[in-house]
Design a protein. Structure first.
Length: 283
């Protein structure tokens, strides 16, 4: 990514979604704008699906440096930008649009970066190739997680999802390293794993908890849940009780914003304890 202007000029960015009121992006970008004394603004931009092409193509005319993209628009933006970063193409979704100096639009996906960075907050020496990895779920978040881990050297990803057809579709990213496990065998899939990732909505506020026994999981394994509301899901609480390192979903949210903020405002921000507290206070 490259910023479209110097940080001294007024910079305008935002997050596009439908709905968008639930997004924490304005809070975290606003925190950084204040911290670094940047002249700029970051706005929530509610855009109905049928107006998405107009909104994305209108960014340069409105003077935006770019925008983030949240549900349900991430896949649709792929076809609306002038160029797509290879990582975003493999994930099949764009979460960051950058307006270039010539007015063209570049699409990126920073979720993979954010996920790996959150793991390394908990364990700086983490490398995906150190052992088998179990991913639960096969939606857009799971695709970002899988690409991140593959690019970090994962050799054995055990993917399980309630709908096996969807899991098989995701496994096509790299069939030699992603192996689909039947949902009924998800408990056994944890045997010998170095990392377990819940990328489903189970455990989120308003959803049932994830039904997963950790009995077969080694005590040395990490457990990651991309859910951040609540911060401590039942899965993470169970992991901590048995001594496993637990990584909540807030870190992924914060870290995925770092390269986007740098592209929009020309400053590489820091994910600090104060930022985490500011965003957590809104949950």
């Amino acid at each position: 990514m490259s910023p479209a202007a110097s940080p001294q000029s007024f910079r305008l960015a935002g997050v596009i979604g439908w709905p968008v009121a639930q997004s924490r992006s304005p809070v975290l970008h606003g925190h950084w704008l204040s911290q670094y004394g940047i002249r700029g603004a970051y706005l929530p931009l509610p855009v109905q699906p049928d107006r998405l092409p107009d909104a994305i193509r209108g960014l340069p005319a409105l003077g935006f440096s770019g925008c983030n993209v949240t549900i349900p628009h991430k896949p649709g933006v792929l076809k609306l930008v002038d160029r797509v970063d290879p990582v975003a193409a493999r994930i099949g979704a764009v979460n960051t649009v950058v307006v270039q100096d010539d007015g063209t639009l570049s699409g990126f996906n920073t979720d993979a970066y954010g996920f790996l960075a959150s793991l390394r907050d908990a364990r700086p020496d983490f490398r995906a190739g150190t052992g088998p990895i179990v991913i639960l779920g096969a939606g857009g978040a799971a695709r970002a997680v899988a690409v991140a881990l593959l690019d970090d050297g994962a050799t054995d990803i055990r993917l399980t999802n309630r709908t096996q057809d969807r899991a098989q579709e995701l496994a096509r990213i790299d069939p030699s390293r992603i192996h689909v496990i039947d949902w009924a065998r998800r408990h056994d899939a944890l045997d010998g794993a170095a990392l377990v990732v819940n990328s489903t909505s189970q455990g989120m506020v308003g959803y049932p908890p994830l039904d997963l026994s950790l009995d077969a999981l080694p005590a040395t394994a990490m457990v990651s849940d991309i859910v951040y509301n609540p911060l401590e899901t039942e899965l993470l609480a169970a992991a901590r009780r048995r001594g496993n390192a637990a990584v909540d979903g807030l870190g992924m949210l914060l870290h995925q914003a770092v390269p986007a903020f740098e592209a929009f405002y020309g400053v590489r921000p820091n994910v600090s304890k104060a930022l985490r507290q500011a965003v957590a206070a809104t949950l």
